[in-house]
Structures are given as structure tokens and as C-alpha cells.
Design a protein around this ligand. Structure first.
Ligand code: PEP
Length: 266
């Protein structure tokens, strides 16, 4: 039985300023303690604060993440950031396909796939986000939308590279809205994702890949979500801007994994 290590990420989006980003990183680093031994923890500050946040996180074990990348090594791409630049700042993990990039900035599946492949080639870990909009859910398209985004995002990603990939299932209607998916509904999509990974790769890959849930996760609802064996942690937006709340979510992920593990070994 594969026991997947939980993974909780804090996506700060276009929030904080230099002082508050450093303060938040400092609070997280100071309170992560032993939790990093049981859970991968990452924060994704805005690009301009990556270096300062990275320095503040120091060697406490919290990973430095980037919210985006551009899939070209260098050149005339005004405003964009390459994987080499991220690696220079000791970034370990990068988001690709976040719903705000898909639906606000207008990124398509092809660009997201190029970003995923470029990040993997550079040796970065990738959290690839997928999820349906409210209209798509209402129209009964939830499964198809998630399958399409999953398959096109992973096009030409080899099984060896899959170890560097985490999927974040983030229903768009739940992001930043306070409307969290029911744990059962979220788990059903996570199962669907795992079945498709088995189909694209193999059963081992499906059992090993981590799938985070994202969409209005907070300290009050995290335990119920993470109690579902299919949910391997969360990608957290709003609630990650408060260190105490973010660390409560991390604790919920660690506790849920312990309970699920005991239940399986009984
Ligand atoms: C996110 O940014 O990926 C997210 C899930 O945001 P929130 O937790 O605020 O819904």
C-alpha cells in the first residue's frame, strides 16, 4: 500500500508587500517545526519577493514555490520569467495552469503543457492545476473538463518525470468564493484523476501521484477534506495569508494522513 506524503501549498497570488511577505514567511518558518518531517509545505509568493522570502525561509524545510514560469529559456519575452531565473533563486516547485491564469489571463492547454514540460526538464517540481467552472459543472461537464485538462497538461510527460508532478484539483467556482466542494464530490474527481493516470501511465503511477484539493480550504474545513484518503493535502489561497491558519491546515493534513494510515493497516 503506497502511503503518499501530504503536501500543502500557500498561493499568495498578487498579495502582500515586501515587508508583509517576509513577515509571513518568518512566521511560517518559525512555526513549521517537526511538521516538515511529515508533510511537504510550500509557499508561492509574488515573483518580486521570491528572493527575500527564500532567504527568510532559510533551512527550515518549507519549499519556495513560484506562481508561474515562461516556457522559453531566455529571449525577447517582456515581463516573463524563465526556469533558470527561478532556479537562481532556489525555487523548488512551480504552479502551472492555475485557474486565474487559464480564465483571467487566458492561457490555453497548449501553453500550460509547454510550461509543465519546460519546468520538468529544468528539474523543478510542478503543481498542475485543473478544474471546472460553475457553468461546466451545471452542464454536467465536470468529468470531461477535468479529464481533458489533465490529459492535455501531461501530453509528452514521461512516466519518470511524473514523480515531479502533483495535480491540484481546484474547481473554479470554489476558488476565493468561500464555497468549498463537498468532500465526497472532491474525492470523486480525485478518483477520476487517479483512474486517468492509471490509464495514461500505470497503476503504480496512479497510486503514487499526489492530488491536492484547492478552493476555499481553511482551518475549519481542512480536516473533513483531508480525511478522504484520495485527498493528499491542499493548495490554499486566501487562508495561506494568515500563518496561524495556514499552519492549522498543515496540521490537519498531517493528522488526517496518520488516521488514514492507521485505518489501512488495521
Ligand atoms: C488558490 O489560489 O489556488 C485557491 C484555492 O484560492 P482560495 O483558497 O482562496 O480559494
Amino acid at each position: 500500500m503506497v502511503s503518499r506524503r501530504p503536501f500543502v501549498g500557500g498561493n499568495w497570488k498578487m498579495n502582500t508587500d515586501l515587508a508583509s511577505a517576509v513577515e509571513l514567511a518568518d512566521e511560517i518558518a518559525a512555526s513549521c517545526g517537526q511538521l516538515v518531517e511529515h508533510c511537504d509545505i510550500a509557499v508561492y509568493p509574488p515573483f518580486p519577493y521570491l528572493q527575500a522570502v527564500g532567504r527568510t525561509l532559510g533551512h527550515h524545510g518549507v519549499q519556495l514555490g513560484a506562481q508561474d514560469l515562461y516556457p522559453q529559456p531566455d529571449g525577447p519575452y517582456t515581463g516573463e520569467v524563465s526556469t533558470d531565473m527561478l532556479l537562481d533563486l532556489n525555487v523548488q516547485v512551480v504552479l502551472a495552469g492555475h485557474s486565474e491564469r487559464r480564465h483571467v489571463i487566458g492561457e490555453d492547454d497548449e501553453l500550460i503543457n509547454a510550461k509543465v514540460r519546460r519546468a520538468l526538464e529544468a528539474g523543478l517540481n510542478v503543481v498542475m492545476c485543473i478544474g471546472e467552472t460553475h457553468e461546466q459543472r451545471q452542464a454536467g461537464q465536470t468529468n470531461q473538463v477535468n479529464i481533458n485538462q489533465l490529459r492535455s497538461g501531461l501530453r509528452e510527460v514521461g512516466i519518470d518525470q511524473l514523480r515531479q508532478v502533483t495535480i491540484a484539483y481546484e474547481p473554479v467556482w470554489a476558488i476565493g468564493t468561500g464555497k468549498v466542494a463537498g468532500p465526497g464530490d472532491a474525492e470523486a474527481v480525485h478518483r477520476l484523476i487517479r483512474r486517468n493516470i492509471a490509464d495514461l501511465y500505470d497503476e503504480d503511477a496512479a497510486r503514487s501521484i499526489r492530488i491536492q484539493y484547492g478552493g476555499s480550504v481553511n482551518a475549519d474545513n481542512a480536516a473533513d477534506l483531508f480525511a478522504r484518503g484520495e485527498i493528499d493535502g491542499g493548495l490554499v489561497g486566501g487562508a495561506s495569508l494568515d500563518a496561524e491558519q495556514f499552519m492549522a491546515i498543515v496540521r490537519a493534513a498531517v493528522e488526517a494522513k496518520e488516521v488514514n494510515h492507521e485505518a489501512r493497516s488495521r
